[in-house]
Design a protein around this ligand. Structure first.
Ligand SMILES: [Zn+2]
Length: 440
């Protein structure tokens, strides 16, 4: 006997089964037994009324038996329909026979997942932790996806077509932490002699996932972006102008007074980068610089080579230098010219929150070598341009040659059309951005 999925044929087969399995055998035996009991219970041949009663009982029993038979038949049909029947399932184009009560889990097991791969268990970074650790193969029955959790309870009974596809990969479980993201730096000191902090560094925050199994750490998302410490350098050349900045380092000293006299006489504003210890020694010169309109800025306390300093020592040197100038001159500044100009990326990282600006130069007179008055004069005149910053000294040694050279330098630059500006004025005229000051 062969079964197929056609409902009408199933009905015919059910009838045949009923007749061959149940009806004939059971029915005959039961009726015969009832009648036999009936006759044996009576000593005499049955009289008419008893005969009538016996006929009624027989009819009742017959109905009951018929009901039992129908119930058994229905039960058998149910068992056949949902359990015993063999069904042919089209699994991705291939006909596969199985009993109707086979669960999907069993069916997959019996056929080794039909060769489809289970999903893999992956680490947060995508490394395979367990090649069978992902989701089981995916199953659709008659076009509807079956949840994997139901594989053990869903039977094949009414399946016509089944699709089995590889299981999905899953990613390991993780814990989550909020962490500080340290700010980076963007420090470019190559574009000119004026270095300015244009953005202070600021730490950010990010959510980090840690794989429970792999312990891998990945940044899941940025909660607050970090801001880069940004230092830019500029060579301001004010449009339509012809300006130059004279600067004097290492003072004040006994030579500063005569230099201030010349500047006052010639109505020239200059910038003095002063040592803290010298400023405290000559506070009257500091006050005079300020009163006569010059810019006072710091050249450290005692002229150390800053790249050799620890962060703490560097900061102390810078902050003390500023404080000494304030004490001596009465003005505050956060503008620095590092001794020897030596202030590189590490010094900016260490001190960008306390220094607004580091000012180098574009004309080095080499006056400290005492090359002669003419040499100092010629070095400035030969190299002058709009926006130039000339380096001279009013301290740190014998500055007689500077004093002698200065009037000629000023006169000859003026003849060429130059006017004289402080560093602050040059920055303002030249479009240098205002420093982004740190908290301290
Ligand atoms: Zn110096």
């Amino acid at each position: 006997m062969s079964h197929n999925r056609d409902g009408h044929t199933d009905g015919d087969e059910y009838d045949e089964d009923l007749q061959s399995l149940d009806i004939d055998g059971d029915d005959g035996e039961d009726v015969a037994a009832v009648e036999e009991i009936d006759f044996q219970g009576s000593a005499k041949p049955p009289k008419r009324p008893r005969r009538t009663m016996g006929a009624a009982a027989t009819a009742v029993v017959t109905v009951l038996v018929a009901l039992v038979v129908v119930a058994l038949g229905a039960g058998a049909w149910w068992m056949w329909r949902f359990h015993w029947r063999s069904v042919d399932v089209n699994v991705d184009g291939e006909m596969v026979a199985t009993r109707a009560d086979t669960t999907i889990a069993r069916f997959l097991d019996d056929h080794d997942d039909f060769g489809r791969a289970r999903g893999r268990l992956l680490s947060l970074k995508g490394k395979v932790l367990d090649k069978d650790g992902g989701e089981p193969v995916a199953v659709s029955v008659n076009g509807a996806a079956v949840p994997a959790a139901d594989y053990g309870t869903t039977t094949i009974a009414d399946a016509e077509t089944m699709t089995v596809t590889p299981g999905k990969d899953i990613t390991e479980a993780h814990t989550s932490e909020t962490r500080t993201k340290r700010y980076g730096t963007d420090i470019n000191l190559n574009n000119g002699p004026i270095q300015v902090v244009t953005q202070q560094g600021e730490d950010g925050q990010e959510e980090v996932w840690i794989g429970k199994r792999s312990k891998e750490e990945v940044v899941h998302k940025e909660i607050k972006p970090a801001k880069k410490l940004t230092v830019q350098s500029f060579a301001p050349q004010p449009a339509g102008k012809k300006v130059i900045a004279l600067t004097f380092d290492d003072g004040p000293s006994q030579y500063t007074g005569p230099i201030l006299d010349i500047l006052r006489q010639k109505k020239v504003k200059a910038t003095f980068f002063d040592l803290g210890e010298e400023a405290l020694a000559y506070p009257e010169l500091e006050r005079r610089m300020v009163e006569e309109g010059h810019q006072v800025a710091s050249h450290s306390v005692s002229h150390p080579y800053m790249p050799d300093m620890s962060r703490d020592d560097l900061r102390k040197e810078i902050l003390t230098g500023f404080a000494d100038l304030e004490q001596a001159s009465g003005t505050k500044t956060r503008v620095l010219r590092a001794p020897y100009g030596a202030f590189v990326v590490q010094q900016w990282k260490d001190a960008a929150d306390i220094v607004d600006m580091n000012v180098l130069w574009s004309i080095d007179t080499l006056d400290w070598k005492r090359p002669g008055t003419k040499a100092i004069h010629d070095e400035v005149l030969k190299n002058a341009y709009n926006g130039a910053i000339a380096l001279m000294h009013d301290g740190g040694g014998d500055r007689t040659q500077d004093i002698e050279a200065l009037p000629g330098i000023i006169d000859d630059l003026r003849k060429q059309g130059y006017s004289f500006v402080t560093i602050d004025e040059l920055c303002a005229m030249g479009g240098v951005p205002k420093p982004a000051q740190g908290a301290e």
